[in-house]
Write a protein that binds this ligand. Structure first.
Ligand code: TRP
Length: 356
């Protein structure tokens, strides 16, 4: 565990590293996604492109969390099943390299379920009720009183995912920080019980860049809101999406001074345009007045087309041989399971569940 984790966790606050941690092969990364739909630009900005960097700096494990996805999708298991391979294709398309990163499927590692069952006794119902993310998600999903027990306890399952690999860094969105706090509480309780540091505390690694808004200007890009640009989007889909990007409703005529706040075209340019000087000049021109939205959008479209073209092409290559992709997942899952099984053995031994 790093110094930082030691200091912040004991203070009872989120242990987060927002800056790039120093390159250190000692660190082990575990992160995951629920396979409920295709990944989009928001995922790319917030996590995928960082993972491509991390795989050269750390040991990295990426989990397709199909079992967790079922906690609020049990009415549609086919959707979850079908999206496992889609998410894997998105990973490969953006350059997550299975020779550097272990990609695996959660449901195929029964030890994760087993650990969840033991950890369940280290968490109280009232503690779960206090988890702010769970509280909010219950409202978002209109569960009211009919909350699936599996959904309510998914923070415990997530603790199992993280601790099974003894992960030290967990890249997640800021909404997942409470999960990391709960994980570290479980780690401390368990280690105290075991009188031995078997499990390892972790730090959340929260992306510096905030959430990407949807093309409609809503705070969050999401498939269900219909405001996303998918990583596999075609050239025509990208063109149409950029045409619909929300800008400044007060910028009616070209000569009107424009506003940058809440202007999604500029938010996207900030996220993807690497030529910061010329972007700055464009912003000043826009604010002064005299620069039309179509110029801004055509710059944005060019950048997105150039960025997404190689991703789409790589995705199409992998799509030709889904059997091969499944084989890569199988190999990753096999390697991941060995590690999870070892931790599970240690945990069982420490609580008297090792009989022979
Ligand atoms: N809950 C995470 C999400 O919705 C996905 C996830 C499951 C995860 N297990 C994890 C993330 C373990 C990090 C570590 O985004």
């Amino acid at each position: 565990m790093s110094e930082q984790a030691a200091n912040t966790v004991e203070a009872g606050t989120a242990s987060t590293a927002t800056a790039q941690p120093s390159a250190n092969k000692q660190h082990l990364i575990l992160t995951g996604d629920r396979p409920t739909g295709p990944l989009h630009l928001g995922h790319f900005v917030g996590s995928l492109r960082n993972r491509v960097t991390y795989q050269d700096l750390y040991k990295q494990y990426i989990m397709i969390a199909d079992a967790q996805a079922l906690t609020d999708n049990m009415d549609d298991p086919a959707k979850v099943h079908n999206n496992v391979i889609e998410v894997a294709l998105d990973y490969l398309a953006v350059g997550i390299d299975p020779s550097k990163t272990t990609i695996f499927i959660q449901s195929q590692i029964p030890e994760l379920t087993e650990l969840t069952f033991y950890y369940m006794n280290l968490v109280t119902i009232s503690r779960l009720e206090r988890n702010p993310t769970i509280k909010q998600e219950i409202i978002l999903r209109n569960f009211e009183r009919d909350i699936p027990a599996g959904f309510f306890t998914y923070p415990v399952s997530q603790a199992a995912d993280i601790t099974a690999f003894k992960a030290t860094l967990v890249p997640v969105g800021d909404d997942q920080i409470p999960m990391i706090e709960q994980t570290n509480e479980i780690v401390r309780r368990f280690n105290r019980l075991a009188k031995k540091d078997i499990l390892v505390e972790c730090e959340a690694l929260v992306p510096e860049i905030g959430r990407l808004p949807g093309i409609d200007g809503k705070a969050k890009m999401s498939k269900s809101l219909g405001n996303a640009i998918n990583l596999g989007a075609s050239e025509a889909e990208i063109k149409l999406a950029v045409r619909n990007v929300y800008t400044d409703p007060l910028h009616l005529k070209v000569e009107d001074p424009g506003h940058l706040e809440g202007n999604v075209a500029f938010t996207y340019l900030d996220a993807f345009d690497t030529d910061k000087d010329s972007l700055q000049a464009m912003k000043e021109y826009y604010v002064r007045g005299g620069l039309g939205d179509s110029k801004v959008k055509s710059r944005l479209e060019g950048i997105l087309q150039d960025m997404l073209r190689p991703i789409r092409e790589r995705r199409q290559e992998y799509e030709k041989d889904r059997g091969h992709v499944l084989q890569l997942l199988k190999e990753g899952t096999f390697r991941a399971r060995e590690i999870a099984a070892k931790t599970n053995d240690e945990v069982k031994a420490a609580i008297g569940l090792k009989h022979f």
